[in-house]
Design a protein around this ligand. Structure first.
Ligand code: ZN
Length: 282
């Protein structure tokens, strides 16, 4: 049965759990968990896309079931790889018990749209993986906050910490766009944007970029990057790897040409390259 108060759904971008949490908030339920418990529905059923769960949510939201299909979040077999929409992710890309969000997006959500303002901020699929470290709308870093009990109740979190999020939104500095977040977001949607990287599983493509970037930075002549971060390394590697295999070979060949490592040093020299190869196989 359609709930008394409904909210705008953001097709293709918003996870089902986010919609359920906003519906629960808008209709005065104490929490997402309470709302689901009353209806004998689990978080997992919604996340993984069980047909009955999708049908119930569509009914409550008053929208067509087809609009809620896709955007599944689930394990893949017995490996550590998991699926986020149409993209594969590795274990270290799991968000764990955290809320990940862009404070600027949250504040814009509050100001725009219809209905109760507290029910407007919605989770973006791309916030649910640590392979994405930037907001693709604002080029600012994604903020992580503890969600100790794994409640996944984003509207309640925003309500409780609104002042803090407001301060974050005004204080957060613009970053240089890395394009990695955009790339991953496209893969989550099932789109393609790079001839070479798209041949790899998404988590493998991201790991390849990170390892290649780290290798290049470590072997860069006269370059001081002591605080080389995940972001810096991945962006550097993405710039190279997105140009294809020959560009990757050039990075390695240039480093070999410059440093001429002797045979005994090869293991140390290729420390990152070997993990790069391992990630390609993974
Ligand atoms: Zn944003």
């Amino acid at each position: 049965m359609r709930l008394r108060v409904t909210v705008d759904y953001h097709d293709g971008v918003e996870p089902r759990l986010s919609l359920a949490a906003r519906l629960a908030f808008a209709n005065g339920y104490p929490s997402l968990r309470d709302f689901l418990a009353v209806n004998s529905l689990s978080l997992k059923a919604l996340e993984t896309g069980q047909p009955k769960a999708i049908a119930m949510l569509a009914d409550w939201a008053g929208i067509d079931v087809e609009r809620l299909k896709g955007n599944d979040i689930k394990s893949v077999g017995v490996s550590d790889v998991w699926q986020l929409g149409e993209a594969s992710m590795s274990r270290d890309m799991r968000p764990g018990k955290t809320h990940r969000y862009c404070p600027k997006c949250v504040m814009e959500d509050m100001e725009c749209g219809s209905g109760r303002s507290g029910a407007r901020p919605f989770v973006r699929m791309s916030w649910l993986t640590r392979a994405v470290q930037q907001c693709t709308s604002h080029c600012t870093e994604i903020v992580e906050a503890d969600d100790p009990k794994g409640q996944r109740d984003f509207p309640r979190y925003v309500e409780k910490y609104l002042l803090e999020i407001q301060q974050q939104a005004s204080a957060i500095a613009d970053a240089v766009p890395t394009f990695v977040a955009e790339y991953v977001e496209t893969r989550i949607r099932g789109g393609s944007s790079n001839e070479f990287l798209d041949t790899l599983a998404t988590h493998v493509a991201v790991d390849l970029c990170r390892n290649l970037g780290r290798f290049e930075i470590e072997h860069a002549p006269n370059e001081q990057l002591p605080d080389s971060s995940w972001q810096v390394e991945t962006m550097r590697g993405f710039t190279r790897a997105s140009a294809g295999p020959s560009a990757i070979e050039t990075v390695v060949a240039d480093a070999v040409d410059r440093e001429r490592p002797i045979a005994l040093e090869m293991n140390a020299f290729f420390r990152q390259a070997s993990s790069l190869a391992a990630s390609q196989q993974g």
